[in-house]
Design a protein around this ligand. Structure first.
Ligand SMILES: C[S@@+](CC[C@H](N)C(=O)[O-])C[C@H]1O[C@@H](n2cnc3c(N)ncnc32)[C@H](O)[C@@H]1O
Length: 353
């Protein structure tokens, strides 16, 4: 069973009006954080501020981070209303310990990460995430680095097969990549619907398919363009360095590629089975985390009914021990070996000047 495709439903982006991001597994997140008045919590994926607002309501102080300038602008009101309890910083959660230090958040009692795109990002055609709404082929959560158009128009066919096959979990990745390369020789891709149409013709409609034929290809490109797996792996180590003894690391993921990274990290750091044999923490090293609950927590039946996105959500959490943080060792996570993102020159330029 592979993870859910979080673009599967477009989060109701077809529903007419602008999408409102409904926080996923909010009650479970709050339980796992075990908040007390005065707790210092880092929300590494602010989004629409659903988690941050609920955490603030418990009397905690929050440092919230998002790489998306639009999310930061949208949070201005919550910052103003918080009376100094919420600090909102633009940045990447892979650097959350550095961002925390810059904001005098020297230790944290909790770190929460809610991985993936927000409804607002999917809903706004100009962001280029949606295969249902026409927009520039961008897909960047931030405003720097190569866009999806850079990748689609410049990647070698074999690299496209790996990006779409591994990150998109698309079984017909070879057909899709061949169709993309053939088409771009005639005319480069610039728009989302143009790409979605070419992918849909290559994949065809399979009997019983409930998702749009371009779902997996778009997911693979989005994860690649935003370096999502690498940043998750780096972010977990950054959280480990920042959390104080007893502090809680809570992570919500939406597909198996991400969940595997979290699972491996916790297995290794708790000294349990199932971690990578390549991870450097030796059996003798004292575990830097302990599990209160083994395994992943799923959304309740009622939430899964009400919010299709919650169906593929998995929450894992662990408590920091007093042991020193283990060294960061990215290669040990078994991350897919793909062409470096930095090898694509940016042709689209910055979205926000
Ligand atoms: C699923 S939404 C979070 C929703 C949020 N929990 C809420 O309740 O509104 C994910 C957010 O994380 C941000 N994001 C994704 N990867 C990030 C990263 N590496 N660093 C910082 N923000 C990131 C995205 O821009 C997006 O706004």
């Amino acid at each position: 069973m592979t993870g859910g495709n979080d673009a599967e439903t477009d989060f109701g982006a077809d529903a007419g009006g602008p999408a409102r991001h409904v926080p996923v597994m909010l009650h479970e997140v709050l339980d796992a954080l075990a908040l007390r008045s005065g707790s210092r919590i880092v929300d590494g994926t602010f989004g629409a501020g659903g988690y941050s607002a609920a955490i603030l309501a418990s009397g905690a102080r929050v440092l919230a981070i998002d790489r998306d300038p639009t999310a930061i602008e949208g949070g201005a009101r919550l910052v103003a209303e918080s009376g100094g309890a919420l600090v909102l910083a633009r940045g990447n959660f892979a650097q959350l310990d550095r961002i925390a230090a810059e904001n005098a958040f020297t230790q944290a009692d909790g770190v929460v990460l809610d991985i993936g795109v927000s409804s607002m990002q999917l809903d706004e055609a100009e962001r280029g995430f949606s295969f249902r709404k026409d927009g520039p082929l961008d897909m960047r959560m931030g405003d720097t680095g190569p866009s999806a158009a850079d990748v689609v128009n410049r990647a070698q066919q074999n690299d496209l097969i790996r990006i779409i096959g591994i990150l998109g979990e698309e079984r017909q990745a070879s057909r899709v990549a061949r169709a993309i390369v053939a088409r771009r020789e005639v005319k480069p891709f610039e728009r989302t619907l143009d790409l979605a149409g070419v992918v849909a013709s290559a994949v065809g409609k399979r009997p019983g398919d409930r998702i749009h034929p371009a779902t997996r290809t778009f997911q693979g490109l989005r994860i690649f363009v935003n370096g999502e797996l690498d940043e998750l792996a780096i972010g977990l180590s950054a959280a480990e360095r920042l959390l104080c003894e007893g502090g809680r690391l809570v992570v919500v993921t939406f597909h198996s590629l991400e969940d595997r990274i979290v699972k491996r990290f916790f297995a290794e750091r708790t000294g349990g089975q199932g971690g990578s044999r390549h991870l450097p923490q030796s059996r003798e090293a004292e575990p830097s985390f302990r599990l209160e609950k083994k395994g992943a927590i799923a959304a309740s039946e009622a939430e899964a009914q009400a919010n299709p996105r919650a169906r593929s959500a998995k929450l894992r959490y662990a408590l920091r021990t007093a042991a020193p943080a283990a060294p960061e060792h990215l290669a040990a996570f078994g991350l897919p070996n793909l062409v470096p993102l930095s090898s694509f020159a940016t042709i689209a330029g910055a979205r926000h000047a």
